[in-house]
Design a protein around this ligand. Structure first.
Ligand SMILES: [Zn+2]
Ligand SMILES: [Zn+2]
Ligand SMILES: [Zn+2]
Length: 281
């Protein structure tokens, strides 16, 4: 009898121990709902609510802030002469546009269309004797181009006239040596390396525009051999260029012929302060 009472009492004590009001702590990403008093659990953990990895942030739980792995890092495009680098994924800005070769080498395109500029070069007989003249670059309507210049999808024709005149005793006695150049504002080396002679006195060359090579550029020209008129020596040239539509990197110029042009050299080796450049923009 005594033993039975004791068992009942124990049972009551046990029952009362379990009948407290649970003090629930809500479920978290990794733990189920749990009583802080007795440790009883209910249900399942919620699981993480992942926000996917992006360029700058690792995979991260929106609820608890736990992270996993590493950020992806930006996927930058290559910058070119027209376009800065951007991240292809998030659009973040990367490196700025490449610096045009003319700017890197301190060559300035100072001539405006139709504006006469001073041009100093040398005599034909003696490169040590300088000749002072004038040069005018003028953009002309390209419709007047010779008929042998073909149209090509994605390209357009542009035209520049170059007029020079030289006077003075030294020019008259020793002749005039002048030097016309055609160049590329953005990439001098690409221009020079890609130049090749085409049939009919034209040249082919390549330019890079918005990161794309255009290998079907053409330069065609008509030069007179110069003529004297009332003790002034005149030279007239016209150059046509087939270049990508909207391209603004063609440069024509004249340089001081007293500076020797070394085989394999570039305009930045062969231009002194007397060079005059016109950029076809
Ligand atoms: Zn409890
Ligand atoms: Zn979480
Ligand atoms: Zn990015």
């Amino acid at each position: 009898m005594k033993k039975r009472f004791f068992v009942l009492l124990l049972l009551c004590l046990l029952l009362s121990g379990c009948s407290h009001r649970h003090s629930w702590q809500e479920a978290s990403c990794t733990a189920p709902r749990c009583c802080t008093a007795c440790g009883e659990t209910e249900g399942e953990p919620l699981g993480h609510e992942w926000q996917e990895t992006d360029c700058t942030e690792a995979k991260r739980c929106l609820r608890c802030g736990e992270t996993e792995g590493e950020p992806l890092g930006h996927a930058f495009t290559e910058p070119n002469y027209q376009d800065a680098s951007v991240c292809a994924r998030c659009g973040a800005a990367g490196e700025s546009v490449l610096t045009p070769a003319f700017e890197r080498f301190g060559l300035r395109c100072t001539a405006g269309s139709g504006v006469s500029c001073e041009y100093v070069t040398c005599t034909r007989e003696d490169s040590g004797v300088s000749v002072r003249g004038q040069v005018t670059f003028t953009e002309l309507p390209a419709e007047d181009k010779p008929v042998n210049l073909e149209e090509l999808e994605g390209y357009e024709w542009r035209c520049v006239g170059i007029s020079m005149s030289f006077g003075g005793r030294d020019a008259l006695l020793k002749g005039v040596r002048w030097s016309c150049v055609d160049e590329d504002y953005y990439d001098i080396e690409l221009h020079d390396a890609s130049c090749f002679a085409l049939d009919g006195g034209s040249d082919g060359f390549t330019v890079n525009f918005h990161g794309v090579d255009y290998p079907d550029c053409v330069r065609s020209y008509e030069y007179d051999n110069g003529h004297w008129d009332a003790n002034v020596y005149y030279v007239e040239c016209v150059e046509w260029f087939r270049i990508p539509v909207g391209y603004d990197g063609v440069v024509v110029g004249v340089r001081d012929a007293a500076v020797p042009w070394v085989e394999g050299g570039h305009i930045y080796d062969a231009a002194n302060e007397n060079a005059v450049f016109f950029r076809l923009q």
